[in-house]
Design a binder for this molecule. Structure first.
Ligand code: NIG
Ligand code: FE
Length: 409
């Protein structure tokens, strides 16, 4: 099945190959073709180029874009999409002046989500997560990571991971599963819970193949760097690479531990010291900022400009979850990056597409318009430029989302 898209006003993020993540000031380059065509076959990108160079070709379907834009789908490398219930009551507490930590201390937060998730059946969780994931894709996300972490017992963590495994089977986009048993402590006996993670959960997850990565929330009042180190060491015996929550509120040494453990990414980074920037520069660990969380709970935004100017690569993700970031809209993440973090629109798009694919080890499959990659791309409603995505904040600019060459939804 060959489909040809013609008269594309702007074909955004065209790359010959995905050999390396983009770092530093190179992030401001977004390769784009004006007045282009795109040829896909059996769900895979076959070729692209300028309309002026399009030779006559036999296809099954031709779609005239009449000047509209095409860009690759977003890659959302950090979400908590499986949960039992929203936490609007905490939203109201926050409006009335309470901060994230006082809400957690008052019975809200991660433990509130865990109580509800433990009581929900696997089928209920799957149905709710499926409805969300459909919306996520319709808003332009074409590859995603989903974490456990609202179970906090062996049974409930496995239940969450089984839901993610079912989503992988049912949905046409690449999905990566991350085990986040170390999200909070479910009771006062911290040693006992860490033993359960290491000696009950990890062996079972390994033998069932339910996770691709391991995560830990390293933060004051949650997991210390030493506790994270201990958990990551056991996880490495079970071949799980770390992608971890660090430096959301405090810099307590989590980045150092994560880098030494060979973490694929360190996520949050609202607080980041110069030494930590240098440490990341000398490593292959990818920094991931989550501006939706900063926006929603009113905490500082990651120093993304400084990171880019120091030569780091940058990835942006939604952190979609019911407590600190209840939105999966990656277009809005682009707006926040430009408006609040002073990224250029080109940098924001690179951080949410091409670079983001590296944070999920999916760079050969998604993230750019490249021959051989999946035909996962977004078609705009009107003629527009890539900068319009961030500029028209909150505006729905997406007409169709193609996944493996088929229109989704
Ligand atoms: O990434 N900070 C830790 N975990 C989530 C929030 C979880 C919650 O509040 O439910 C985050 O922000
Ligand atoms: Fe998170």
């Amino acid at each position: 099945m060959k489909k040809l898209f013609t008269n594309i006003g702007q074909l955004v993020q065209v790359r010959e190959e995905s050999s390396a993540i983009i770092r530093g000031l190179m992030m401001s380059k977004l390769p784009t073709l004006d007045n282009a065509y795109l040829l896909i076959e059996d769900g895979i990108i076959q070729s692209y180029g300028l309309m002026a160079d399009l030779a006559p070709i036999q296809v099954d379907e031709t779609i005239d874009l009449l000047g509209r834009m095409i860009m690759p789908t977003f890659v959302d490398s950090h979400t908590h999409l499986v949960f039992a219930a929203n936490r609007e009551e905490e939203f109201v507490m926050k409006i009335k002046g309470m901060d994230y930590q006082s809400i957690a201390d008052a019975g809200g937060g991660i433990l509130n989500s865990a109580k509800k998730l433990q009581a929900a059946s696997e089928d209920e969780l799957f149905e709710a997560a499926s409805l969300r994931l459909k919306q996520v894709i319709k808003q332009g996300t074409g590859a995603i990571e989903i974490k456990s972490g609202y179970g906090l017992t062996t049974e409930a963590e496995i239940k969450m991971l089984r839901v993610i495994a079912r989503l992988k089977d049912e949905f046409p986009i690449p999905i990566k599963a991350t085990f986040l048993g170390a999200h909070a402590f479910p009771h006062a006996d911290h040693g006992k819970y860490i033993t359960a993670i290491k000696h009950e959960m990890l062996p079972e997850i390994y033998s069932s193949g339910l996770a691709d990565y391991i995560d830990t929330f390293c933060e004051e009042g949650y997991y210390s760097p030493e506790q994270m180190e201990d958990i990551l060491a056991t996880a490495s015996k079970y071949e799980l690479k770390p992608k971890v929550h660090v430096n959301q509120f405090n810099s307590i040494g989590g980045i150092e531990v994560a880098v030494s453990a060979g973490a694929l990414s360190v996520d949050h980074l609202e607080v980041l010291t110069d030494d930590e920037i240098n440490l990341l520069k000398d490593s292959d660990t990818i920094p991931v900022a989550l501006p939706g969380c900063s926006f929603f709970i009113n905490i500082p935004f990651s120093p993304a400009r400084k990171m880019i100017e120091s030569g780091l690569p940058l990835v942006l993700a939604s952190d979609f979850n019911p407590g600190s970031a209840p939105s999966f809209n990656m277009s809005f993440i682009n707006s926040l990056a430009c408006i609040k973090m002073k990224l250029l629109p080109e940098e924001a798009i690179n951080a949410t597409t091409y670079n983001a694919a590296f944070a999920l080890e999916l760079e050969q499959e998604v993230g750019s318009i490249t021959e051989g990659k999946r035909a996962n791309f977004i078609v705009s409603k009107t003629e527009m430029t890539p900068a319009t995505i961030a500029y028209n904040f909150g505006v729905d600019w997406i007409d169709q989302v193609y996944i493996n060459g088929e229109e989704f939804g």
